[in-house]
Design a protein around this ligand. Structure first.
Ligand code: ZN
Length: 288
């Protein structure tokens, strides 16, 4: 069902709210549910999208994260038919989901219209919308909702989790990835407009508080944690000029090596091992 953000009426299919007549704006060809935030919503630098779109397809980190997300979908929601990604950016994750689940109905949302423009080039068959994750215009609509390295950009992450809970069908699945360990905070997090890095149990506690039951919680980017610490702590000082994309522009040999190392830890996660430390955390939970 859709949910009217003006009068909170639930309704199906039609574009206009049957109660108050409200309907989403159109920006750049996309339905826009929070048009005031579409170009200056904060929490991210839209200029970063072009660089991301160029780098993420071959970069070890984005490839490894996609493998983990696709594994989680296959294991915990093997028969899902509807999926919403919040903060879909340039659509790299959605493109992997589309290839692996060709019959599923996929939707992607992003607060910045600029990201949606890149995503629509990758994903001509996916429904994309501009939306504020703190006000999701759906109720019991999706089998799975994912947000991958998104919550750390939003001050009111607890609000977002409650909105996702309402947007999921009963027993629906939430899949999240977040940056982990407060002690890893560095200039890279400031550059990326992060509100926080999560302590080990913090994200799971917040998801449970929003009404979910935990199915899986594990660190990842564990084996590369020493390399990550070396990179981050060499430029830790606040205000120091920092180029996050420099971390992504590594040599092809190093990129290949890091990818194979991460394949080993992905194998461990697939075997059921929950890794205690790592640059990121994966959480999979079910709506109670
Ligand atoms: Zn209404």
């Amino acid at each position: 069902m859709k949910r009217c953000l003006i009068c909170n009426t639930y309704y199906d299919l039609q574009r206009n709210c049957p109660s108050c007549g409200a309907f989403p704006a159109k920006l750049g060809g996309f339905d826009a549910y929070a048009p005031d935030l579409a170009y200056g919503g904060g929490g991210f630098k839209p200029s970063y999208f072009a660089e991301l779109a160029r780098l993420e397809e071959s970069n070890f980190w984005f490839c490894a994260r996609n493998k983990i997300i696709l594994w989680a979908l296959k294991k915990y929601a093997p028969r899902f038919t509807s999926f919403l990604e919040i903060g879909c950016g340039t659509g790299y994750v959605l493109s992997g989901v589309a290839k692996n689940f060709p019959n599923a109905s996929l939707q992607g949302s992003e607060i910045f219209v600029e990201g949606l423009s890149f995503a629509s080039q990758r994903l001509p068959c996916v429904n994309l919308m501009q939306m504020d994750a703190r006000a999701i215009p759906f109720c019991e609509e999706f089998d799975v909702v994912g947000a991958f390295d998104v919550l750390e950009h939003i001050k009111e992450d607890d609000v977002v989790l409650r909105e996702i809970h309402r947007a999921l069908k009963p027993q629906g699945i939430i899949i999240l990835t977040v940056p982990q360990h407060t002690w890893l905070w560095s200039a890279a997090d400031e550059y990326a407009c992060h509100e926080r890095r999560y302590a080990s149990n913090e994200i799971l506690s917040k998801v449970k508080a929003a009404g979910f039951y935990a199915l899986k919680s594990t660190s990842f980017i564990t084996t590369l944690l020493p390399a990550m610490m070396a990179s981050r702590f060499s430029k830790k000082h606040v205000g120091e000029k920092y180029d996050l994309t420099a971390e992504l522009k590594i040599s092809p040999i190093l990129n290949f090596t890091f990818a194979r190392i991460l394949d080993l830890e992905i194998s461990a996660i697939k075997l059921g091992i929950n890794l205690p430390v790592g640059g990121s955390r994966l959480v999979v939970c079910q709506k109670i």
